[in-house]
Design a binder for this molecule. Structure first.
Ligand SMILES: Cc1ncc(COP(=O)(O)O)c(C=O)c1O
Length: 395
């Protein structure tokens, strides 16, 4: 078969640069090597029991048929209540669209808001899906770079340089994957002011909002009615409730946007899985204190991985304030033999049997991402091996 016979949009998609390293890690594991993996972007806790029970009960009770495309009414109402209680966002149930994961909600948003040629501002380091989905919608991602030594906080002048007459939207992800950066209220207020003045959309991916350590994440849609009127808030159950495989996410948007997203979803997937929605409803009804132990454990692991990474001469890392990723600067170790972060990640896998993700995947060259959604024992073993391998490299 000739690849030219595939639709041209397939050529817009970049093959995942992590695939090669993941495949290699799997191969080494299959050969019996003891690989420590810092690659996974998902909590390692089981889904809490009340959520599992609710989904089983729903299935037994016959909640196994089509539902309304935008979601089960009770779940949409629970999302409305959650947004008001925790995010100071006021919406009606008609403004909430439940989808197959936050990733799907993001796709619906880009397909609904972005026309070919429109520009979408994405703050680097970024989750690669943003730039890929913008491209699928025919848009152009415009990258605003941040700096490691500034805690990955964006500068106003960099936004000023990025804005243009084609700016259609900005993606906010606070706390962020992969830097764990939490944007200040001041930055968000300024960005919201710009969105109103320059007439663009804010797409706010709040999937890591509960995983914060001494910081608090502000929802742009809470910054006033004019801002809410141009904001799509995205969230889901994957990270806060350890429900990555359930595939339930949601968007809350101005009514016209929500209707268009629902019409789009109607022709693509219809409703998110019925009994998974029952699980999501149980999740949103849980006492936040019942899942606090997961946040606390991630905070402890963050402190541990930071301490261990900082003890390696030449590794630099700022304190991530949220999510479950560490993004150390490994620029000091790059040279002729190991020219970039991809080569360093391959070196760490081959020499130290530790899987990391090269930073260039996220628009952060000279960094590697380590997910600390791994046991404390693995964190200790894995970072010790990284330290030894880097010491050999320096020598
Ligand atoms: C920033 C960010 N948003 C969204 C998602 C996807 O969430 P979901 O599992 O709900 O599709 C991820 C998963 O890695 C993520 O890192």
């Amino acid at each position: 078969m000739k690849t030219e016979s595939l639709a041209s949009r397939t050529r817009l998609l970049s093959p995942s640069p992590t695939l090669a390293i993941t495949a290699k890690a799997k191969q080494l594991k299959a050969q019996g090597h003891d690989v420590v993996s810092f690659g996974a972007g998902e909590p390692d806790f089981p889904t809490p029991e009340p959520i599992v029970e609710a989904a089983i009960k729903a299935m037994r009770d016959g909640l196994t048929k089509y539902l309304p495309t935008p979601g089960m009414p009770a779940l949409r109402e629970a999302i409305v209540a959650k947004l008001e209680r925790e995010n100071d966002i006021r919406v009606s149930p008609e403004q909430v669209i439940v989808s197959c994961g936050a990733k799907h909600s993001l796709f619906n948003s880009f397909m609904t808001l972005v026309d070919p040629g429109d520009e979408v501002i994405v703050i680097a380091p970024y989750w690669m899906t943003y730039t890929e989905q913008v491209a699928i919608a025919g848009g152009k991602p415009v990258i605003v770079q941040t700096r490691h030594e500034e805690g990955f906080q964006p500068r106003r002048e960099d936004f000023e340089a990025a804005f243009s007459s084609r700016t259609k939207a900005i993606v906010i992800n606070s706390p962020s994957n992969p830097a764990g950066a939490v944007l200040s209220r001041e930055t968000l207020e300024w960005l919201a002011e710009q969105a109103v003045k320059r007439d663009f959309w804010i797409i706010s991916d709040e999937i890591y909002e509960r995983l914060v350590y001494g910081a608090s994440a502000v929802s742009p849609a809470s910054l006033g009615p004019e801002v809410a009127d141009r904001t799509v808030t995205i969230n889901g159950c994957s990270k806060s409730f350890s429900m990555t495989g359930w595939r339930v996410g949601y968007a809350a948007a101005p009514i016209e946007v929500a209707k268009a997203m629902s019409n789009l979803q109607d022709q693509v997937t219809s409703n998110a899985t019925s009994f998974a929605q029952a699980g999501a409803l149980a999740a949103l009804q849980m006492d936040p204190m019942d899942i606090e132990h997961m946040r606390e454990e991630f905070e402890g692991r963050r402190d541990l991985i930071l301490k261990l990474l900082r003890a390696i001469p030449g590794v630099q890392i700022e304190t991530p304030m949220g999510a479950f990723y560490a993004l150390p600067d490994i620029g000091r170790f790059l040279s002729g033999g190991i020219p970039d972060d991809s080569a360093l990640a391959t070196f760490l896998l081959e020499e130290a049997l530790v899987a990391t993700v090269p930073g260039s995947v996220f628009g952060a060259p000279a960094h590697v991402r380590l997910s600390y959604a791994a046991s404390r024992e693995d964190i200790e073993r894995g970072v010790a091996r990284i330290g030894q391998a880097l010491a050999r490299l320096s020598a």
